[in-house]
Design a protein around this ligand. Structure first.
Ligand SMILES: Cc1cc2nc3c(=O)[nH]c(=O)nc-3n(C[C@H](O)[C@H](O)[C@H](O)COP(=O)(O)OP(=O)(O)OC[C@H]3O[C@@H](n4cnc5c(N)ncnc54)[C@H](O)[C@@H]3O)c2cc1C
Length: 564
């Protein structure tokens, strides 16, 4: 009988923890139960006494502030401080970037589905719908993946149409001559283009994703915005963005590219500027770009700006015809025809006005990148991943219905039904995730963790759909030609896996690492307290977090937005 009392006690404690009762009601319930236990005849007195002792030893330090600080907060705080590795500025910027939205609920283990359902559904405006039905359809009809692969480029008429119709200006506001479309519209357009040609979608995606336009919109000076945005919108400037290089891929912050503050000649005058040396590779649109967005580490050895020598990462806009800028031979990314290649510069001098945001934003480039990364990552690759799933679903379903073997359609075989079902399920799920996240961006979020979840899962599942579709199509998917709508997708699937944060890294560092830290209501606060100089106050605040974590119903966050 005593065993049953004990089991019920343990179960009760588990339920209290699950319901996240606050401390005093939780302790009171346990005390009442122990009283009942003591009154029962079949429970030995020594057991009840032992349980009271455990309760008192646990409760007193939690309830009495001074004891709590001395015996819980300070030792815990010292231990946490010892085990937490030092966090660099770039790591802190990455962790704190963007916002946490409803995704925070997922990490709580008890998401509030009503909050999710209360968000307004994603909708296209009339103008956006017309663009999707008009110019987007027309552009799709102008190209064929086979033809693009033969010429290893889009046809000239398609390039012209892209510029003329504002496909490079989806995210640029109307006041600068852009389309000013919503994230959802942007996602719909890229998704449709990608069902026609991956090369076409990549060409359109890049200027609308993280790059000069997005960075200028958020951080550019008024002069920079007025000068560049209309030119980017009408296609007279083709942008690219060069962050990674031969020695710094996933670990982009480890770049060896430098900009040294110095005086130099610019348009006949001596001005304060940057002497840039860099080597970048794999840069999309690099071979045709007229405007290069460049990330580099900034140094001021002569103290010309009057501050530190090492200033951090900065971002600058450089015309590709600036003396010293070299554009290398074009890369061929797994046979895909979009423009990609290396570029480098030796002692290229530009004035300080070339830095995005001007002098004030020198050294703030990493923070700028981290804060803007999530928006593009919520849209481009999730859209192309979903397009692959939809294309595979559409074509595989139909092909399996008309192709017969053993005198029956392929679709009659259970072995074929299995991948067909997987593709259908994935396509539905991916489209829901894509729409929700694009909508989050339209609702003003910069969902850093959600965008990493999307990037990872929608490209992985896109690859899974292509693999299933290839199996269903047999030889038809393998022999390349004008009628093969799958082979190129199969070939280029690893590109989406690798770009904008390679998938293994995205899963480990962003979904699990940043996700757990950002979506948890207290971990980030605890980490910030470690750096606080007032040890007593930090330890005290730290325990408040810990107590709330373990005992308060408010520990679980409502869907909220915590800007980093
Ligand atoms: C087609 C194409 C277009 C591109 N376009 C651009 C562009 O326009 N601009 C630009 O700046 N760059 C561009 N890139 C570069 C791209 O961003 C990098 O390729 C990418 O960041 C990965 O770097 P890497 O190739 O050096 O691989 P690595 O960084 O060497 O990674 C190799 C593997 O190790 C894994 N890994 C690395 N670190 C970790 C970690 N901490 N934990 C777990 N796993 C980890 C990665 O996930 C990956 O699987 C492009 C690349 C390609 C292929």
């Amino acid at each position: 009988m005593a065993l049953i009392w004990l089991l019920v006690l343990l179960l009760g404690i588990a339920v209290i923890a699950h319901l996240r009762l606050s401390l005093i009601p939780a302790l009171a319930l346990v005390a009442v139960y122990l009283l009942a236990m003591g009154a029962a005849e079949d429970v030995p007195g020594w057991l009840v006494g032992l349980l009271w002792l455990v309760l008192i030893v646990t409760a007193v330090p939690l309830l009495v502030g001074d004891l709590r600080r001395k015996y819980i907060s300070e030792p815990m705080f010292d231990w946490f401080k010892k085990v937490l590795p030092p966090i660099s500025d770039t790591e802190r910027d990455a962790i704190e970037a963007g916002t946490v939205w409803w995704d925070g609920e997922l990490f709580s283990g008890r998401p509030d589905w009503n909050t999710l359902l209360a968000y307004p559904p994603a909708r296209l405006s009339e103008e956006e719908q017309a663009f999707l039905d008009g110019p987007t359809e027309t552009l799709c009809a102008m190209v064929s993946e086979w033809d693009i692969a033969q010429r290893m480029d889009l046809p000239p008429a398609a390039w012209e149409y892209i510029k003329e119709q504002g496909f490079f200006a989806l995210i640029i506001p109307k006041e600068y001559g852009g389309k000013g479309f919503s994230a959802y519209a942007h996602s719909q357009i890229v998704m449709k283009l990608a069902t026609r040609s991956g090369g076409l979608a990549s060409t359109v995606m890049v200027p609308n994703s993280l790059g000069p336009a997005e960075l200028l919109l958020h951080y550019g000076t008024e002069e920079q915005r007025n000068h560049y945005l209309p030119r980017l919108a009408n296609g007279s400037e083709i942008p690219c963005f060069a962050l990674t290089g031969p020695y710094a891929g996933s670990d982009a912050g480890a770049m060896t590219d430098t900009g040294v503050i110095c005086r130099g000649q610019w348009q006949g005058e001596e001005v304060l500027g940057l002497r840039l040396n860099w080597e970048k590779r794999y840069i999309t649109l690099g071979p045709v770009a007229t405007l290069l967005g460049l990330a580099f580490k900034t140094y001021d050895p002569e103290g010309l700006l009057g501050g530190d020598e090492e200033l951090g990462i900065s971002l600058a806009l450089i015309a590709t015809d600036t003396p010293g800028v070299e554009i290398g031979r074009r890369h061929v990314p797994l046979g895909a025809a979009f423009m990609n290649g290396p570029n480098w510069g030796k002692d290229v001098f530009v004035p300080l006005e070339a830095v995005i945001g001007g002098r004030d934003m020198i050294g703030k480039g990493w923070m700028m990148l981290m804060n803007c990364l999530s928006v593009g990552r919520s849209i481009s690759l999730p859209a192309t991943g979903t397009s692959a799933a939809k294309l595979c679903s559409y074509t595989s379903g139909r092909y399996a219905a008309i192709r017969e073997q053993f005198n029956v359609p392929l679709a009659a075989f259970e072995g074929i039904q299995e991948p067909l079902a997987r593709i259908g399920g994935n396509a539905w799920l991916m489209d829901a995730a894509r729409t929700l996240t694009a909508n989050a961006v339209d609702l003003g979020q910069k969902p850093s963790v959600l965008s990493a979840i999307l990037k990872y899962h929608l490209t992985e599942r896109g690859r899974e759909c292509i693999r299933d579709a290839m199996d269903i199509h047999g030889g038809k998917g393998i022999i390349l030609g004008p009628n093969n709508y799958l082979g190129r997708l199969w070939q280029s699937a690893p590109i989406s896996i690798t770009v904008e944060g390679a998938n293994i890294l995205s899963r480990n560092l962003m979904i699990f690492g940043q996700g757990a830290i950002r979506c948890h209501p207290y971990v980030l606060k605890e980490m910030a307290l470690i750096g606080e100089s007032d040890r007593e106050h930090a330890a005290d605040s730290s325990t408040s977090c810990s107590c709330s974590m373990s005992a308060s119903p408010s520990a679980m966050p409502p869907a909220r937005s915590c800007s980093g």
